[in-house]
Ligand binder design. Structure first.
Ligand code: ZN
Ligand code: ZN
Length: 413
């Protein structure tokens, strides 16, 4: 019982740490406890350990581990892909054989249909990058996909590595060593950048993995529940009459204590009755299925607001500066809007197929005073004296937001 309970506590803690490590960096969590714990885990604890190591061993421990850390963080490597697919394969090999004979026929048909999906979508996310990567061959076409909004992206910025003008919404990935079209993020789970061309496979991967895990947890519950039922009634009786008969049943502390005991007992009974193979994997699936689905939900939110993960970070920077009162919104001169008049050579800002034009320009100033002596790239397109202080992102147009369904169609390209 104590062993099973320790396993349950260990698995819950591990899931929480994984959640913080993977989700804590999202701009949405920047000023929440999750963001704080993420900074503690990724920045503060490692830097304290480094200082200790520097003090005691003159940095001998961290110089070896930082080479490994550098490899894992900044080089293209399949370690996480192998870990993920290995965990999935290992769990399946442990889980399916012990429950197979007890499953109804329709589940025996459904499992072989759902199980291959995460493998297929991992493969597609990892390999379908001939549209995501910008090359000399497709550069001209990539330049015509999105206009420069002059908020997040300005025309005429060359990539120092790839030596061409960066198309709007693209970003150079220092791990892939390529510029990526409509860059979302570099994903270590698939060892590839996600952008135009393979983002859809990433969405499919999240959805299929979340569904598979939830399904696995449900199957474990379905198989073990009848076995655990008798025990559960005994435990319920034990808590009510023997653990603490004097506890005040109306107090929220008793209520919380009872719920916590129930949860731990329930998990323990399952681990004992189902055996470590069925219930251990079932518990892992139960605790992890919300992770891919929450990430899927977050990406649906990003599609809804017309942003990539990369852009959500840039917008969050603007929002933080707006809160400090140092951001000014200017109107673009009508005659410089792309459809009417071209201010830059065709190679730097070609005519795009995108239906919207940006009418706004954002400027941040160092001292919070209205902008003066604007650089020529802004002066040439902005209406003079049109700059007003803005306090909220709601006042700014996002030219890449066409409304949910059009954004969704765009995300699948
Ligand atoms: Zn580049
Ligand atoms: Zn990359």
């Amino acid at each position: 019982m104590a062993f099973a309970r320790n396993i349950a506590i260990f698995t819950v803690t591990l899931s929480l740490l994984v959640f913080i490590a993977f989700f804590g960096r999202l701009p949405a969590f920047r000023s929440t406890p999750i963001g704080f714990l993420h900074r503690l885990l990724i920045i503060h604890i490692p830097s304290s350990l480094r200082s200790l190591d520097l003090y005691f061993t003159n940095g001998r421990i961290t110089s070896g581990s930082s080479r490994l850390g550098h490899y894992l963080m900044y080089e293209k490597h399949p370690v996480v892909v192998i870990f993920f697919l290995g965990l999935l394969t290992g769990s399946t090999a442990l889980f399916v054989p012990v429950i197979w004979s007890r499953l109804p026929l329709h589940h025996q048909i459904l499992i072989p249909l759902i199980l291959p999906l995460p493998y297929i979508f991992t493969y597609l996310s990892a390999t379908r990058n001939h549209h995501a990567y910008i090359t000399e061959l497709n550069h001209a076409a990539q330049m015509r996909c999105y206009p420069y909004d002059r908020i997040l992206y300005y025309p005429g910025n060359p990539c120092q590595t790839c030596l061409f003008i960066k198309p709007a919404r693209s970003k150079h990935c220092s791990i892939c060593k390529m510029c990526v079209a409509r860059m979302d993020h570099h994903c270590i789970w698939v060892n590839n950048c996600l952008g135009r061309g393979n983002y859809r496979w990433f969405l499919a991967l999240l959805l299929s993995t979340g569904t598979l895990l939830a399904y696995g947890a449900y199957l474990a519950y379905m198989i073990i529940s009848p076995l655990a039922k008798d025990h559960y009634e005994t435990y319920e009786h034990w808590y009510k009459y023997e653990l603490d008969p004097t506890a005040d049943p109306s107090s929220w502390l008793t209520y919380l204590d009872m719920k916590l005991h129930y949860f731990l007992m329930f998990t323990s009974i399952y681990l004992e009755e189902g055996g470590l193979r069925a219930s251990g994997v079932g518990l892992l699936a139960l605790l992890t299925w919300p992770l891919p689905l929450a990430l899927f939900g977050y990406h649906i939110y990003l599609i809804w607001v017309g942003m990539t993960t990369n852009e959500s970070g840039k917008w969050a920077d603007w929002r933080d500066d707006m809160n400090d009162g140092v951001v000014f919104l200017g109107q673009r001169r009508q005659d410089t809007l792309q459809s009417i008049y071209q201010t830059l050579p065709e190679e730097e800002e070609p005519r795009t197929t995108w239906p919207l034009e940006s009418r706004h320009i954002l400027v941040r100033t160092m001292n919070g005073e209205p902008p003066q002596n604007l650089p020529s790239r802004i002066r040439s397109v902005a209406k003079e004296d049109s700059f007003q202080r803005v306090w909220s992102l709601r006042e700014v147009e996002n030219v890449y937001d066409l409304g949910f369904w059009d954004n969704f169609r765009e995300a699948l390209k």
